[in-house]
Design a protein around this ligand. Structure first.
Ligand code: FAD
Ligand code: AMP
Length: 456
C-alpha cells in the first residue's frame, strides 16, 4: 500500500510527487507517455524554444534596424527542432533524477482507477494492481477538436503535431483559434516568413485579455504579415491534392474559402479523463473535468485533482504546480502555501504580454474606484535599446488606499516583469511602496517604478 498514488506526470503530477516524497510519503507516479507532461514535451517549453529560434531568424534578416546588414541567412528548420529537443531532454533528465532521488516509484503506462472506497483506491496499470491511501489525479488535458467536417483529414494538425518530434515545416498555415496557443504558433511561423492566417470565432484574438492588449498583439501580428479574421464561423475543411482549404463565414456573413499547406486546430483544450474510471466508478465531472472543492477534493473519497483536469481551473503550468503544492499540504494536514486566486498570464509574442490582477474594464464593471497610470515603452531607455514594436505598462491602484490591484504589460521582458507586480499585489503593497524601491537603470523594470510614481 502506497501513501499517495499520482496519475499523470506533468507539472502537476511531478510537483505533487516531489512535495509528497519530501514529506516522507511513499509515492507511486503513473505516466503513459513522457515525464514532464504537456508542458515540457508539447507545450510551454517547446513553444518558447521555437519562438526563440524564429525570433533569432527574424532579427538576423531584419538586422538593419540595429546597424547590421546580412545576406545569405539560412533557415534550418530541422536544427531549430534539434535545439528544442535538446532543451526538453535536458529538463526531462533533470526530472528523472529528481524522481529517483525522491524514491518515487515511476510506473510507465496508462493507469485506471478500478475501485475507490473510504480507505483506499486501487489502480491498475499494465497487469499490475497498486493500492494507495490517497490518489491525486493529474491527467492534464488534450487538444479540443471542434466538430466540423474535414477535421480528421491528414494535414489538420494540433499543437502536439507541430511541437513534438521534427515539427512540421509548412510554407502556409491556417490557424483556427486565436487564443494564446494559436497566437504563439502564428508568431513562430510568421517570424520564419511563412504565410499565416488566424480564424477566430470571437470579436477579437486573445479574448480573455484586456481589449487594448489584444489590439496591440493584433497590430504586431498584422505587421508580421499574419492575416486575422475575427468573428469567423468555420464550416468545413476540404483537401485538394496536398492543399487544405477552410470554408468559413466572415464577420459580414460572406462565405469565404482560404487554402494552405496545413491547418492548426487551436480551439482550446479538454480535460483528460477518458477511460480513467472503470467498474462503474462515478466521479462528478463537468465536460470531462473533475469537479472539486477549494482544497482539490473530488467527489470520490481520498481522490484529489490538480491541474488542467480540474473543472474551472485556469489551464496553466504554474497553476497546476500551485495546486499540487496545496493538495499535498492538505493531505498532510498542513496549511496551504499557494494563493491560487492570483494568477499571472503571459503571451510570448514580440513584444511580450503579461497580465495580473484586475483590468481597468473589470474594475469599472465591479464599480471599484481606481487610479491608473500608463507608461509607454518609448519613454524607457532599455525598451528603445531592445527595439521592436512599441508597447506600454498599465498599473492600477485603489483610489482610497493606493494598493496595487492589477497590471497589464506589452513590452520587452513583460513575462519576467510580471513577477515583481505579482509579489506587490500578493503583499498588498501600495504604489508609494513600489515607487520607493530603487529600480536599476537602464532596465525595463523602470516602467514599473515610473507608473507607481504617477499613482502617488
Ligand atoms: P499535463 O501537463 O497535461 O500532464 C498530464 C500527464 O498525464 C500527461 O503526461 C499524460 O500523458 C498523463 N496521463 C493522462 N492520462 C493518464 C493515465 N490514465 N495514466 C497515466 N498517465 C496519464 N502553460 C503555461 O503556464 N505557460 C505556457 O507558456 C504554456 N504554453 C503552452 C503551450 C502549448 C502549445 C500548450 C498545449 C499548453 C501550454 N501551457 C502553458 C499549458 C500547460 O502545458 C498546461 O497547463 C500544463 O501542462 C498542465 O499540467 P498538468 O500537470 O495538469 O497536465
Ligand atoms: P484558448 O482557450 O486560450 O486555448 O483559446 C482558444 C481560442 O479558440 C479562443 O480564442 C476561442 O474563441 C477560439 N475558438 C474556439 N472555437 C472556435 C472555432 N470553432 N472557430 C474559431 N475559433 C474558435
Amino acid at each position: 500500500m502506497f501513501d499517495i498514488a499520482i496519475i499523470g506526470a506533468g507539472p502537476g503530477g511531478y510537483t505533487a510527487a516531489d512535495e509528497a516524497a519530501r514529506r516522507g510519503k511513499s509515492v507511486v507516479l503513473f505516466e503513459r507517455n513522457l515525464l514532464g507532461g504537456t508542458c515540457l514535451n508539447r507545450g510551454c517549453v517547446p513553444t518558447k524554444a521555437l519562438l526563440r529560434s524564429s525570433k533569432t531568424y527574424a532579427e538576423a534578416i531584419g538586422g538593419s534596424e540595429y546597424g547590421i546588414a546580412s545576406s545569405g541567412v539560412q533557415l534550418d528548420f530541422s536544427a531549430m527542432h534539434t535545439r528544442k529537443a535538446k532543451i526538453v531532454t535536458s529538463l526531462r533528465d533533470g526530472l528523472t533524477k529528481l524522481m529517483k532521488k525522491d524514491k518515487v516509484k515511476l510506473i510507465e503506462g496508462e493507469a485506471q482507477i478500478v475501485s475507490a472506497n473510504d480507505a483506499s483506491c486501487t489502480i491498475v496499470c499494465g497487469n499490475m494492481e497498486y493500492e494507495a491511501r490517497e490518489t491525486v489525479i493529474a491527467t492534464g488535458s488534450v487538444p479540443k477538436r471542434i466538430p466540423i467536417p474535414g477535421i480528421e483529414l491528414p494535414g489538420v494538425l494540433t499543437s502536439d503535431d507541430i511541437l513534438e518530434g521534427e515539427g512540421k515545416d509548412l510554407s502556409s498555415l491556417i490557424i483556427i483559434g486565436g487564443g494564446v496557443i494559436g497566437v504563439e504558433c502564428a508568431e513562430i511561423y510568421a517570424a520564419l516568413g511563412r504565410q499565416v492566417t488566424i480564424l477566430e470565432a470571437m470579436e477579437r484574438i486573445l479574448p480573455p485579455f484586456d481589449k487594448e492588449i489584444a489590439q496591440r498583439v493584433n497590430m504586431h501580428l498584422k505587421k508580421s504579415n499574419v492575416k486575422i479574421e475575427i468573428a469567423a464561423r468555420v464550416a468545413e475543411i476540404t483537401q485538394q491534392d496536398d492543399i487544405l482549404c477552410v470554408r468559413y463565414c466572415n464577420k459580414k456573413g460572406d462565405e469565404q474559402q482560404i487554402c494552405a499547406r496545413g491547418v492548426l486546430i487551436a480551439t482550446g483544450r479538454t480535460a483528460e479523463t477518458t477511460g480513467l474510471f472503470v467498474n462503474n466508478i462515478h466521479a462528478k465531472l463537468e465536460h470531462g473535468a473533475l469537479v472539486c472543492d477549494n482544497d482539490g477534493r473530488s467527489s470520490l473519497p481520498h481522490v484529489w485533482a490538480i491541474g488542467d483536469v480540474r473543472a474551472g481551473t485556469t489551464q496553466l503550468a504554474h497553476v497546476a504546480m500551485a495546486q499540487a503544492r496545496n493538495v499535498i499540504r492538505v493531505i498532510c494536514h498542513e496549511e496551504q502555501l499557494m494563493n491560487e486566486q492570483l494568477i499571472p498570464s503571459c503571451v510570448y509574442t514580440s513584444p511580450e504580454v503579461a497580465s495580473i490582477g484586475i483590468t481597468e474594464t473589470e474594475a469599472k464593471e465591479r464599480g471599484l474606484l481606481i487610479r491608473t497610470a500608463k507608461v509607454v515603452t518609448g519613454s524607457n531607455a532599455k525598451c528603445l535599446i531592445e527595439g521592436g514594436d512599441s508597447g506600454y505598462l498599465k498599473l492600477i491602484s485603489a483610489k482610497d488606499n493606493g494598493r496595487i490591484l492589477g497590471a497589464q504589460l506589452v513590452c520587452p521582458r513583460a513575462t519576467d516583469l510580471i513577477g515583481e507586480l505579482t509579489v506587490a499585489i500578493a503583499q498588498d503593497m501600495t504604489a508609494a511602496q513600489l515607487a520607493a524601491v530603487i529600480h536599476p537603470h537602464p532596465t525595463v523594470n523602470e516602467l514599473i517604478a515610473e507608473a507607481a510614481l504617477q499613482l502617488i
